[in-house]
Every structure is written in C-alpha cells, then in structure tokens.
Ligand binder design. Structure first.
Ligand code: 13P
Ligand code: 13P
Ligand code: MG
Ligand code: MG
Length: 368
C-alpha cells in the first residue's frame, strides 16, 4: 500500500485542493488501474495537499508506482498553473524524476505485507505541519499502555514494538525497542525538530505495523518551500493496536510545528474530510483519519466497485478535541509573533525569516 502526496497547487492561498485537480488525479489513477499498474486507489485531500492512496503488488519504492504518482502530480501542477492556482507545483522540486519521488518533494508512506485473514489500515494525512508531528501519535499508539491497553491485555502485543527513528539533520537512523528502551526512545523522539519516526514493527516477528513519510522539503530545497505535510499508514487489529487505540490519541489535541508560514506552534486538530481545509491563520494544523480494509490486494469495495472509506474523525466523539484545539489556537495566537507561539531559532532557520534579518546584519554595533 502506497500513500504518496504533494502540494501541487491550492485555492485560495494554502487552504484546500481545487476540484479540477482532484478530478484529474482521479482520472490518472483510473487509467493506471485499467492498465494494471495499480489494483485500487482513493484520491483525497488533506488541506492543500493532494493524496494518492494506492494498492498494488509492485512492492515499496517501485519506480513504476513512484513514476505514476510523479506524472499524476506533474499533470495536476500543469492544470493548477493554467488556472493560476496558488503555489502551483509547490512540492515538485525537480524536473528530473529518476525512479523514486523521495528527495524530489512529495511525501511517501508505504507498507508491504502478506495479507492476514482481515487487514484494517488507518490512513493518516495532515496539513500545516511536519513528519515529527506523528512522533507523539506513534508513541501513544505503540508504546503507551495508558492509550493502548492491548499492550497489557493482548498476549500477541505484550512483546512491544520497535521504532526506526531518523535523525533528519544528519540523515542517519537508529532502531529502538519498546518497552526495553522506552526512555531512550522518548529522549530522541521528544526532540521533534531533529528526530522523526520512519516506521514501527512488532518485536517478536518484525511484522510491519506503521510507516510514516519523512521528507524534509526545506533541507532538500535549502529554503522555505512550505512544510512537509506528512502522511502515515497504521495497520490495525489481531495482534496490532485496535482501530480505537489508533484514533484515541486524538481525544485531546497536542501542539505541532507548522501552521502559518510553517513558523508557529499550533494545535493538531482532527477533522472529517469535509473540514479538511486550513482557514484560520492558515490552519490550525489538521489531520484526517480514514479507515479502509485491504482485501485480495484491493481496497475493499462496495457493489459498484467504489472503495469503502470510513471518515473516522467525522464523528461527534472528536468534538471535544476540536473545541480544545480552538481554545489552544486562541491562546497561542494571543502571543502574536513572539515565542513560544513562533518556532525556536533553529526551526526558523528554515523559514523566510533569515532573509528579513539579513538586512540588519551590518547595522549591529559591538557593545563595549
Ligand atoms: P482483535 O484482537 O480481534 O483485534 O480485537 C481487539 C479489539 O477489537 C478491541 O477493540
Ligand atoms: P503549505 O506547506 O501547506 O503549503 O503551507 C504553507 C504556508 O506557508 C502556510 O501559511
Ligand atoms: Mg501550499
Ligand atoms: Mg500543505
């Protein structure tokens, strides 16, 4: 299962994806399905990011699948340019596709697995934040027994899970086992400016449980080009966390880096697809959660062949989180452009702020 996404243009500003772009992406996916490249697909948006969810039998990092996503995004960007939509082609940082979209701008989460009797998968896609926004989420799901009682109650899960953690600055990674190395794990992933979780596997058999995108657009481009709005795939049930354990971290929102100009801390608000648009101060950062079942290599479909996708956060159960998120948003906005509403100096290095400060450089006088 591959989830590949890019911001290829939006309306108005950075709010949401325009309908004609979604229609074009869907057309490209339908053609690819007909040609036998993919088995099934679902196109949706997380704020201003276009998301291509695909099932296929080509494995992770397949040049054919990545090529399909790249061509689809290129075609959509062309359309966005014609319509003069905002940030047309924003996340397509190079013209030179050479087999894999990683490092070219789009975000990718892929999981490859042998189907069990029944395979539920939760698809997370976020806007106005960065991959490390999933650190807290994945910790709660796979390492915190107060969230996931299966870690205590389900004998197939008491072995715990391993986290593959990427150092995004040094481009190196380390695998840490929970619960044995939980404190070391938290020491790393609590530092969201540097560390992000690539994937999670079950300790006793190495079964893949989750995978997350880890693109760092600004490191690739060397300048601010928007945040690396992330995606994540999480497998559920039968010896993996239940669907409810995967969604329950969103009983309360938490603060993530991104929001306006990728430069502010804001609450991570769970929303249904109909509210997947970033309005207030270009936010607040939002996440959609979709539930699917994988069945014989396909997204399980209804009688008309349409994939059955359950919009998990389109539910009153998450109203409290949304209310709390807006209280947090209001509180953070009272600080204007002052810290801690604004990101720390390290993270601000990758925004447009240094360009503003450059003009002051010559005016500083050494204090006696
Ligand atoms: P499974 O062990 O079948 O995944 O059931 C657990 C469950 O659904 C708890 O909500
Ligand atoms: P995106 O990364 O979602 O394009 O947002 C960019 C931005 O600057 C929002 O204020
Ligand atoms: Mg954008
Ligand atoms: Mg975005």
């Amino acid at each position: 299962m591959s989830l590949i996404k890019a911001d290829i243009g939006s309306i108005p500003g950075h709010v949401t994806v325009a309908k004609p772009l979604m229609t074009l992406a869907e057309k490209k996916m339908a053609e690819a399905q007909k040609a036998g490249i993919i088995n099934s697909y679902y196109v949706f948006n997380a704020g201003d990011d276009t998301e291509l969810l695909m099932t296929h039998s080509k494995g992770a990092n397949s040049p054919e699948i990545h090529g399909l996503a790249w061509e689809t995004f290129m075609a959509c960007a062309q359309k966005a340019k014609k319509l003069k939509l905002y940030g047309a082609g924003q996340d397509l940082l190079s013209d030179a596709f050479s087999g894999n979209v990683k490092g070219l701008g789009p975000g990718v989460a892929e999981i490859e697995f042998k189907e069990r009797g029944s395979d539920p998968v939760i698809v997370y896609a976020a806007d106005k934040t960065e991959p490390a926004a999933f650190n807290y989420l994945l910790y709660k799901i796979f390492a915190d027994p107060s969230n996931t009682s299966g870690l205590v109650i389900d004998p197939r899960m008491t072995c715990g899970f391993s986290f593959d953690v990427l150092d995004g600055k040094e481009n190196k990674s380390v695998v840490l086992r929970s619960p044995e190395e939980l404190y070391s794990l938290l020491a790393l992933i609590g530092a969201t400016e540097t560390y992000m979780i690539k994937n999670v596997t079950r300790n006793d058999d190495g079964e893949i449980a989750a995978a997350s995108s880890t693109t760092k657009l600004n490191y690739i481009a060397g300048k601010y080009v928007g945040k690396d709005d992330p995606v994540c795939l999480v497998r559920a049930q039968s010896g993996l966390p239940s669907v409810g354990e995967i969604t329950s971290p969103f009983l309360h929102p938490y603060l993530v880096a991104g929001w306006m100009r990728g430069s502010h801390w804001g609450p991570f608000m769970p929303v249904g697809l109909k509210n997947s648009k970033c309005t207030l101060f270009d936010g607040p950062p939002r996440i959609v959660g979709l539930g699917v079942q994988v069945s014989d290599g396909m997204l399980a479909a209804d009688d008309d062949g349409k994939p059955m996708v359950v919009d998990l956060f389109d539910d009153p159960a998450f109203d409290l989180a949304r209310q709390e998120a807006m209280q947090m948003a209001s509180f953070m906005r009272m600080h204007g452009v002052f810290q801690p509403a604004r990101l720390g100096p390290g993270a601000m290095e990758y925004t447009t702020l240094p360009q503003c400060l450059a003009s002051l450089e010559g005016r500083f006088k050494k204090e006696k």
